[in-house]
Each structure stands twice: as structure tokens, then as C-alpha cells.
Design a protein around this ligand. Structure first.
Ligand code: SF4
Length: 319
């Protein structure tokens, strides 16, 4: 059982002043209510916690992973699949949890059998994530820590996580900076994500290490979501992974793209991925010799769309 804690509601961290936690380096003072590109403040930033069974098998296992979702984001993906929590204006209806509630709910998930805690979209909330890990450790909880980011991470911030994060789970979204600017509103994505993943490799090595239950306990798994209509981008991402890192990297190729209302007029993004497109990317992955990791079924595009108005956002509703 979780022990009672005296958790200060007044979390403060000097990195939230003149904020440069992520590559945007907005220099805003979040502790006094100023907001930058991400729109996040100085609170926990956590808007949802649930046991998730739909991650890669080495992360979910039989018991699921305890996923901790941060609201807001330091990317502005036009096709965002988590738009209910990622965009500041919409986040108004999704109150953040207190640190005390966060620790309590994570504790409940661990009591249910989860052995890993996945922090989802943490790039703009790293001080808060560290605080939560420290609170968990204070009450005797030492789960496997998974850092599930969009890849747009600042190098120095990642360096500060050495020894704290067990498994890095970064996206590598784009091989083309112009596409990253158009679809996610950021500059220098390719260079930034490449440097970030190199730092993750420096800390954890190239392999994903699993225990006797085949659950990931250390290492790195790179995710890439294939965008319909932009297959050359996916091929470019796989080329970078093979050439800049190693074809031996663990890669999770995702086909779960689901067209959201915001992109209904954007050619390509306004539909699901076709089997011809996906097969071409799969063939290229094979040609490069990337064979460690996972590929998703093409039919995944409806199964993985979360509803954050539900207590369990990823629960599949039977009709
Ligand atoms: S974390 Fe937010 S406020 Fe800080 S630099 Fe990044 S986008 Fe700007």
C-alpha cells in the first residue's frame, strides 16, 4: 500500500523561470503564470493517468503500463491524435491533477500490477516529471521509468535525466524540416530529434534490454507514425535511423494514424493509410535491415484513438 505523504502543493523549480526546458527556449516565467509555446504552467500538468494495454508488448506486458499524460505540448501537430489534451485552448476543460493525486493514482496502478510508469509528452514538463519520480521513490516505489516523447527534446534537459529514465521511447516524426514546420509548427526538427536520440543512445546504449518477463527495463525504442500521403518522409526517417544510429536499433513502426476533423481539407492527412503505402514503408525497413522492434497492423487506426473525457481514455467500447 502507498504510504501517506506530506506533499507540498507549492512545487517550484527554478527551471520554470526564464523557461528553456525544451528547444523553443521561450524564456517565459512559468512560475508567475506566464506561458510560452507549450502553454504549460507550473503545476503538475498531469491531466490523465490510466493503465494502458495497447503499447508495444515489451511495455504493456500482461498487466499494462501506468501511463501519465501531460497536458499541452511543445509541438502543434495539425493531425494530433491527442488533441483533447495537447492544445492549450481545449485544455481549459481538462483540469490538471495535484501532485498528491498523481502519486496516489500511480500508486493504485502499481498496486494493480503495473511495473512501469510511462510519462507521455514530457518534453515541456521535465521538472514536474522529476518531482513525481522523486515523490514515488520517497514512498518506496521504484517502477521502470519510460520517457515517451515526441523527439523534440532539448539536449541539456535530456542530459539531466541520466540515471532517472530507464527506457527512452522517442518519436522520430520527420526527415524533412519543412514538413515539420508545416505540420507541427517547429523549426530544426530533424537536427533536434537526431541529437536527442544520440543523447538517449549515449545514456542507454543501442539495445532494448528486457527481463525474464520480456518487459523492457532499459534502452531505447524509436517510434515512427506513418502519415498517409507522405511515404517519402517515412522512408527518410528510416534512412536516418539506419545511417545516423544503427540498423540494429529497436523501431516501432505505427500505422494507427486516424484523420482528425482539423485536417479534413489536407490532402493525404484527411484519410487513413493505404495498404500500398504501408507495404512500401515496410519493404524499405526490411531493405535497410531494420529487424528489431514492432510493426503495427494496418487496421489499428480506430483502436488507438483515445477519449480523454473517459477515466480510461483507451478503453475500447463494444457496441
Ligand atoms: S517548455 Fe514550454 S515554455 Fe518552456 S521553452 Fe518549451 S515551449 Fe517554451
Amino acid at each position: 500500500m502507498i504510504r501517506s505523504l506530506n506533499i507540498s502543493p507549492n512545487f517550484s523549480d527554478n527551471h520554470l523561470d526564464a523557461c528553456g526546458i525544451c528547444p523553443h527556449v521561450c524564456k517565459v516565467h512559468r512560475s508567475i503564470g506566464q506561458t510560452g509555446f507549450c502553454g504549460a504552467g507550473a503545476g503538475s500538468g498531469v491531466v490523465s493517468i490510466c493503465v494502458h494495454h495497447g503499447e508495444e508488448p515489451c511495455l504493456s506486458g500482461e498487466s499494462g503500463i501506468c501511463n501519465v499524460f501531460f497536458g499541452n505540448c511543445n509541438l502543434r501537430c495539425t493531425y494530433c491524435q491527442n488533441i483533447q489534451i495537447s492544445a492549450p485552448p481545449l485544455n481549459g476543460g481538462m483540469p490538471e491533477l495535484s501532485f498528491e493525486e498523481v502519486v496516489k493514482r500511480i500508486g493504485a496502478c502499481l498496486d494493480q500490477g503495473c511495473t512501469a510508469v510511462g510519462f507521455v509528452s514530457p518534453s515541456h514538463q521535465v521538472p514536474q516529471m522529476k518531482h513525481i519520480i522523486s515523490l514515488l521513490n520517497d514512498c518506496g516505489r521504484f517502477p521502470v521509468i519510460v520517457y515517451n516523447s515526441n523527439g523534440y527534446d532539448k539536449l541539456e534537459t535530456l542530459q539531466s535525466l541520466e540515471g532517472l529514465v530507464d527506457v527512452y521511447l522517442p518519436d522520430f516524426k520527420y526527415a524533412d524540416d519543412a514538413l515539420a514546420k508545416t505540420f507541427s509548427g517547429v523549426t530544426h526538427y530533424v537536427q533536434t530529434a537526431t541529437a536527442a536520440i544520440k543523447e538517449m543512445i549515449r545514456q542507454k546504449g543501442r539495445k532494448l534490454i528486457t527481463n525474464d518477463m520480456e518487459l523492457a527495463v532499459s534502452g531505447i525504442l524509436i517510434r515512427h507514425l506513418v502519415l498517409p500521403g507522405y511515404i517519402e518522409n517515412s522512408i527518410g526517417v528510416l534512412n536516418i535511423i539506419a545511417e545516423a544510429f544503427s540498423p540494429g536499433m529497436w523501431v516501432s513502426l505505427m500505422a494507427q494514424y486516424h484523420p482528425m476533423p482539423a485536417v479534413e481539407t489536407v490532402p493525404g492527412l484527411n484519410r487513413s493509410l493505404s495498404s500500398a503505402e504501408y507495404n512500401r514503408v515496410l519493404r524499405h525497413m526490411e531493405d535497410l535491415g531494420i529487424s528489431n522492434g514492432y510493426i503495427q497492423e494496418l487496421e489499428s487506426n480506430d483502436c488507438y484513438l483515445p477519449d480523454f473525457n473517459e477515466f480510461h481514455p483507451f478503453e475500447i467500447k463494444l457496441t
